[in-house]
Write a protein that binds this ligand. Structure first.
Ligand SMILES: [Zn+2]
Length: 537
């Protein structure tokens, strides 16, 4: 009688079978042992277990080990509970059964499918093929079914994500509907306001951290809301970062738009999520209450474009878009052209009107406004520049000392975080193998750690630069002065100067406007630091 050295092969897929008792590792293994009780010709020499692997992909570690044992002659028999343990994919599974195993003289047994290649040496290929095809289509079916169910929900304007966007929560009466989270929505509004005021994403993040506002992750965790979990995301001191701010500023969800289906497992045979082209996103308007006015959202997108100095030929951003406010009602004023004797004149007016409760029906000529704002802006820039001269005249060391400490602390903190991302990344694979996380999560987290590392490293080098600045020159306390100095020889105001230096222009009447400059708070703060230090010097 021929003797067989067999490998028990056990596969457990994480996603859909983990808690199915019948397919547990122990169960599969026991079933094989039971089967072998009256098979004295088969001696089990190894047991190969792939835990958490799909039957569609063949590059499973234990499966590959088994193939090595086969090619080195250690085993000549493979036993599985059923065919689907070997694989669920028609072409690849078939290749192993019909070509690879026979080529090595391997006896293959799939207990529940009554397949034993020794007994049925003339195995009806067709039967096998059909089984294979069935397994394959089973997989495809599941994949398509899940996707179409989600797509139906998306197309109905239902929210299908597990975690909501910061600022919203799920409606308690309808899990597929978003409602405003009172507190978080205020923070979102603040973030948009600050951006419109010309504050950079990094500084907005600093400001929120300084005020002790919890980062989205931490906030959700604190409130017991669903949140991405595990590893770095779960860190207790996860803070606001420029990346988080930018993600919020770009998220159209805050108007009333629901954008879903941005990613997809394109094909059920692929493991990774694929980003879908924008044109294929499912877009639904008016699905929930807006946190940010469409107008403000658009302005922020334009400002961010200005930030990156993209296309210089973008002309239809008007000088005062978004910052010109009616002194009567607080609404943003609208620009319109008035033709007169073959020429076009531009005016700003309040669109609210008397009917809707605004008594200030004034219109202001754009050219007058430009003159007035230019003059005031230039004067303000000059006062900032003379302030700087004052700063230079006193002992800056003292002012900078505190800032140096702060920067060094931040660098150290970031360096600790970098070490932690490295640690988490190293532990990630272990987690995958010990089935704490799925393959999909593994991919997602690995990318997250990589991104975080890059972000943190660039933050550290930026902080070092700042530290350098402070040590050699003045501190960040006065960095905003640079914004004004850049425009010291400003002749004609432009959109960039307006956005960077002016917070708002309120129009009360043709002859009365009020300009709020950016960094007014910083200016006042700096003045008080200066006077304190003056007293000491
Ligand atoms: Zn008004």
């Amino acid at each position: 009688m021929q003797k067989f050295q067999a490998a028990k092969y056990v596969r457990l897929s994480y996603a859909d079978e983990k808690d199915r008792e019948s397919n547990s590792v122990i169960n599969q293994s026991q079933l094989i042992d039971e089967f072998l009780k009256d098979k004295p010709d088969i001696e089990v020499v190894s047991e190969k277990i792939d835990d958490g692997y799909s039957g569609i992909i063949f590059d499973r570690p234990a499966f590959q080990e088994m193939m090595n044992d086969i090619s080195s002659g250690k085993i000549n028999c493979v036993i599985v509970k059923d065919l689907s343990r070997l694989g669920r994919e028609y072409i690849e599974t078939g290749r192993y059964l019909r070509r690879i195993f026979p080529a090595y003289g391997v006896r293959f047994i799939a207990i529940n499918d009554n397949i034993d290649t020794l007994k049925d040496s003339n195995t009806d290929d067709l039967t096998m093929s059909i089984k294979n095809i069935m397994n394959d289509s089973y997989c495809r079916d599941i994949s398509v079914k899940t996707r179409s169910a989600l797509e139906t929900k998306r197309n109905n304007g239902n929210y299908v994500g597990a975690c909501t966007v910061y600022g919203y929560k799920k409606d308690e009466k309808n899990k597929n509907h978003l409602v405003i989270d009172e507190y978080a929505s205020k923070i979102v509004q603040d973030i948009f306001r600050m951006k419109i005021e010309g504050i950079s994403a990094a500084r907005i993040a600093d400001e929120l951290n300084r005020m002790g506002v919890l980062s989205p992750i931490k906030y959700k965790k604190n409130k017991g809301l669903p949140h991405p979990s595990g590893g770095y995301a779960d860190k207790d001191n996860a803070k606001w970062s420029a990346t988080t701010i930018i993600r919020i500023l770009k998220d159209e969800t805050y108007t009333d738009v629901l954008l879903q289906g941005k990613q997809n497992t394109y094909n059920y045979k692929l493991k990774n999520l694929i980003n879908k082209p924008v044109s294929e996103w499912v877009r639904k308007e008016d699905t929930h209450e807006a946190i940010v006015k469409k107008h403000d959202f658009d302005l922020v997108q334009r400002i961010m474009q200005l930030d990156t100095r993209t296309s210089p030929n973008k002309t239809n951003v008007y000088l005062f878009s978004g910052i010109l406010i009616c002194g009567g009602c607080g609404n943003r004023m609208t620009r319109k052209s008035v033709p007169y004797k073959g020429k076009n004149y531009y005016y700003y007016y309040c669109p609210t009107g008397k009917k809707n409760g605004c008594n200030s029906s004034n219109m202001i000529k754009e050219s007058d406004l430009i003159d007035c704002v230019s003059e005031n802006l230039k004067a303000y820039i000059n006062s900032i520049i003379s302030f700087e001269e004052l700063v230079n005249s006193i002992n800056a060391e003292r002012i900078n000392k505190e800032l140096v400490n702060k920067l060094m602390l931040q660098i150290k903190e970031n360096e600790i975080l970098i070490e932690e991302t490295k640690k988490y990344k190293a532990g990630l694979y272990e987690n995958l193998v010990s089935k704490n996380i799925s393959k999909e999560d593994y991919t997602v987290y690995k990318k997250m750690y990589d991104d975080d590392k890059i972000r943190l490293e660039s933050a550290v080098s930026e902080l070092h630069r700042e530290l350098d600045d402070v040590m050699n020159n003045r501190g960040e306390n006065f960095k905003w002065i640079e914004h004004f100095k850049k425009y010291s020889d400003l002749k004609e105001i432009n959109r960039k100067a307006v956005i960077q230096l002016i917070r708002s222009v309120k129009v009360f009447s043709k002859n009365e406007i009020q300009i709020n400059f950016n960094y007014q708070l910083e200016y006042e703060k700096a003045l008080s630091i200066l006077t304190e230090n003056k007293a000491v010097v």
